[in-house]
Design a protein around this ligand. Structure first.
Ligand code: R5P
Length: 296
């Protein structure tokens, strides 16, 4: 087996190869003068199996094209089994037709992904479980929750509560709270579909004097978590930790988080960090991936 990477997340791909103790495959990624992607597998001989690591971020469209071309190249080169690791499935927030006239983008992207002849696809913490049903074949969905659980278990005190920042995160927050033996605070959040602006209507219980852990599946603009942290701080929270599996590193978000009442932001490496910054802690999903791949 060899591990290959597209341009989206080479750091995680290298960590995965090290964890699996397998070599790193050589693929040259460049552009034709007309802007089209050019992919070239530069190994001498095909291996029995290849793992290709590619998230659909931070350049979702470019990453999608690279992903399909690399898999086609690997198969034509003679690789028998291709395991596609897509730690972050882009377009997953577009999981509904929110307004008449919009596409069901998450489904369209899944259909495009399936044009690539991978044998197995592994992903993490999908935004909506319905997306699993958009695939024609079974996929493996892993969760980074165990990594966060270990981290938060060390931080928690007698005064810690878990915060579910919106209705979508209620179930996973309740599960996390149960595993940590903590109570949950539910936030009533609304988002304007046109401006994307987040507003908070209320919370389910008092947070005065409490240490809070807010867990979400992803950070895009940071609007949800920053608004929640500001609201909770005003309500008397003393310390606020935030965890999210996917951090999309939208430009400007880091500065907003640094200036917010959030004390620490813990994310996984499903998306490559452009740089480390104040308050950020990154936990790697490589061991979870390696364990799942070894079982195949
Ligand atoms: C919403 O349903 C998601 O779970 C996240 O809360 C949301 O995607 C975060 O986006 P942003 O950082 O832009 O508020």
């Amino acid at each position: 087996m060899k591990v290959f990477t597209g341009s989206s997340n080479p750091t995680l791909a290298k960590k995965l190869a090290q964890t699996l103790k397998v070599p790193f495959g050589k693929v040259k990624l460049s552009r034709f003068s007309n802007g089209e992607a050019r992919v070239w597998i530069q190994d001498k001989h095909p291996h029995e199996a290849a793992v290709i690591v590619q998230s659909l971020a931070p350049q979702p469209d470019q990453s999608l094209v690279e992903f399909t071309l690399i898999i086609d190249a690997l198969k034509r080169f003679g690789v028998k089994k291709v395991i596609a690791v897509m730690p972050y499935l882009g377009y997953s927030k577009q999981d509904k037709v929110f307004r008449p006239g919009e596409p069901l983008s998450a489904k369209v992207i899944v259909q495009m992904l399936q044009t690539a002849a991978f044998d197995q696809l592994i992903t993490f913490d999908l935004h909506n479980q319905a997306i699993v049903g958009f695939f024609n074949q079974p996929i493996i969905q892993l969760s980074a929750q165990s990594l966060f659980l270990n981290h938060f278990a060390q931080l928690k005190t007698q005064d810690t509560l878990i915060v579910a920042p919106d209705a979508g995160s209620a179930k996973s927050s309740a599960q996390l709270a149960q595993k940590l033996g903590l109570e949950v605070v539910y936030i009533d959040k609304a988002r304007d579909l046109v401006s994307g602006k987040v507003s908070i209507k209320g919370i389910s219980r008092s947070v005065k004097g409490k240490q809070l852990i807010i867990m979400d599946d992803m950070i895009v603009t940071g609007g949800t978590l920053i608004k929640a942290a500001e609201f909770l701080k005003k309500k008397g929270a003393v310390q606020i930790f935030v965890g999210a599996t996917h951090h999309l590193y939208v430009p400007g978000t880091q500065a907003k988080i640094s200036a917010s009442p959030i004390d620490q932001l813990i994310v996984s490496d499903t998306i490559q960090a452009p740089k480390q910054y104040n308050k950020l802690k990154i936990i790697s999903v490589a061991p979870l991936l390696a364990a799942a791949i070894k079982k195949l």
